[in-house]
Design a protein around this ligand. Structure first.
Ligand code: NOJ
Length: 532
């Protein structure tokens, strides 16, 4: 009895000590005390959305069918509400959403323009003036509230007409259609919009559309999948090639005709996971570098240096397209900034010198092929996950990766200006029951921001950070399940309900947040009136 009491006393001592140990640990990581004032003056803090994921208003006011409408509607796959026909009904509720952003205190808002709303038939039809009015209202109203528009011209959705006519991004004809769309946007909005991103995540889009076949036009071939049509070894390369040239042509046009006296900026946005070696073996270290080259530099090398990464040229055969010398000149330095969408970090394992069998479902298929850079990726090492899981497969919480990816981009691209155009947390399962209590999301942002500050202190020229996303939205082929929002959307009323993270972001932006994660109590500076 006596002995037990002694042990328990010692346990109590340890328990008392534990918060202190945890605090020391985390202050080493610097993830407790992150403040807005840790960031440079003029830093943009915003939320990000994309048109198809929130707008709804399918075919309303002259809007035409997009590739996604076709995919979920006409193309089948229409289950429950899992399409973007209504989404968050932002098309009708945008004023309410602008007020939400204003109440958060953001100074920037990243959103995209629906191509098929503005040009229902691409350049084969008229400009839909109703769409121009809609986006003008958004731009004018956010500017009135001190929020800078940060516009993505193309975020995964385009008129189905262009797919039907010539196969969308697989055709070089898409380049001219994109430039026409970009010019329409510049003509109508560039007098007030200073930040332009031409294309969102070409690298991710082509993987989903032409390899995994989970985004339209859903094409693929073995060993990646069995689709009716497609060639996954080459089509992603062709589509990216057309996207890069489309970007470069639009960027040239912007620079020549629309840039506001050096005031405007144009860039491209890349899906940017960080890759780290699975083991300390030299070959795995090389594999991690290769994975970065085949994913991130695939898009960024051409728009900075004018050609694909040497790593890709080395391993790909003739299937990697060539740029003419005129095209290389057009591409070179065709960006003012690099946009990175960063969520997670993944292990990389070499498949050149070691064998990479691919038997389980978590294995990326085709890791013995040039398209994958002969790299196999994993989210576990010796059965231990790389970080806490989230609601997205392969999106684990690895805050340090933020520093890693920013420094990689800084170093490879000679400290080009960077915006973190997306960073966000999706809850592991149905968030509805405990939506107000999203401490994990708060913790996620605090810790990722703290590693962003570390990268900035090491000299990275980071100019802004956008939380993905303002409100739960339509997460493409994952439907409405992953919930990334600072606000919950109550279905079917579509009411916007603040999560704790909305209050945290507001407090962070006014430098007043205080989160006691050990005892799981979030204390808002204005806890009682979270009625936005
Ligand atoms: C990146 C994409 O740009 C966005 O559309 C998507 O919803 C988020 N990642 C989360 O997966």
């Amino acid at each position: 009895m006596k002995k037990n009491t002694t042990v328990c006393g010692f346990c109590r001592f340890l328990i008392l000590l534990l918060p202190a140990i945890v605090t020391v640990e985390s202050s080493i990581d610097g993830d407790r005390d992150i403040k807005r004032s840790d960031f440079p003056d003029g830093f943009l803090f915003g939320t990000a959305t994309s048109a198809y994921q929130i707008e709804g208003a399918y075919l309303e006011d002259g809007s035409g069918p997009s590739n996604w409408d076709h995919f979920f509607g006409i193309g089948g796959n229409l289950t429950n509400r899992d399409n973007g026909f209504i989404a968050d009904d932002y098309y009708h509720r945008y004023m309410e959403d602008i007020e939400l952003m204003h109440s958060l205190g953001v100074n920037a808002y990243r959103f995209s323009i629906s191509w098929s709303r503005v040009l229902p038939k691409g350049k084969f039809g008229e400009v839909n003036q109703e769409a121009i009015i809609f986006y003008n209202k958004i731009i004018d109203n956010i500017l009135l509230r001190g929020i800078q528009p940060f516009v993505t011209i193309h975020h995964f959705d385009y008129p189905q007409e262009l797919e039907d006519r010539y196969g969308g991004w697989l055709s070089p004809l898409m380049q001219e259609d994109f430039v026409y769309f970009a010019e329409t946007c510049f003509n109508n909005f560039a007098d007030r919009v200073k930040y332009w991103a031409t294309i969102n995540e070409p690298n991710l889009f082509v993987e989903m559309a032409y390899v995994r076949a989970t985004y339209p036009p859903a094409r693929c071939s073995p060993p990646y999948g069995n689709c009716a049509q497609g060639n996954s070894d080459v089509e992603p390369l062709i589509a990216v090639h057309n996207m890069l040239l489309a970007h470069a042509k639009a960027s040239k046009l912007y620079g020549e005709q629309f840039k506001l006296e050096g005031n405007g900026m144009i860039g491209i946005i890349v899906h940017a996971f960080m890759y780290i070696p699975l083991t300390d073996d030299k070959v795995d270290k090389e594999a991690a570098k290769r994975a970065l080259a085949f994913n991130v530099a695939w898009i960024l090398d051409p728009v900075v240096f004018g050609d694909y990464p040497p790593e890709m040229r080395r391993y790909h055969g003739n299937e990697l397209p060539n740029f003419s010398s005129d095209e290389r000149a057009l591409l070179r330095d065709s960006i003012d900034f690099i946009g990175i969408n960063h969520y997670s970090t993944i292990y990389a394992k070499d498949c050149i010198y070691s064998s990479c069998s691919c038997n389980d479902s978590s294995c990326t298929k085709g890791n013995d092929r040039p398209l994958r850079g002969f790299v196999s990726t994993a989210v576990e090492r010796n059965g231990v996950p790389i970080g806490e899981p989230t609601g997205m497969i392969r999106f684990f919480v690895v805050p340090k990766g933020m520093e890693g990816i920013v420094l990689y981009v800084k170093q490879r691209y000679h400290n080009k200006a960077i915006f973190v155009t997306e960073n966000g947390y999706s809850s592991p399962d149905n968030e509805d029951a405990s939506y107000q209590n999203d401490l994990e999301r708060i913790n996620f942002h605090k810790s990722y921001l703290s590693y962003l500050v570390k990268a900035i202190r090491k000299g990275a020229d980071v100019r802004g950070y956008f939380i993905w996303t303002l409100m739960d939205d339509f997460e493409w082929s994952n439907g409405y399940n992953p919930k990334f929002g600072l606000y919950r959307i109550d279905h079917p009323t579509l009411n916007r309900i603040p999560k704790l993270s909305a209050g945290w972001y507001r407090d962070f932006l006014s430098n007043t947040s205080s989160v006691d994660i050990v005892s799981s109590n979030y204390i808002s500076s204005n806890e009682r009136d979270l009625a936005y």
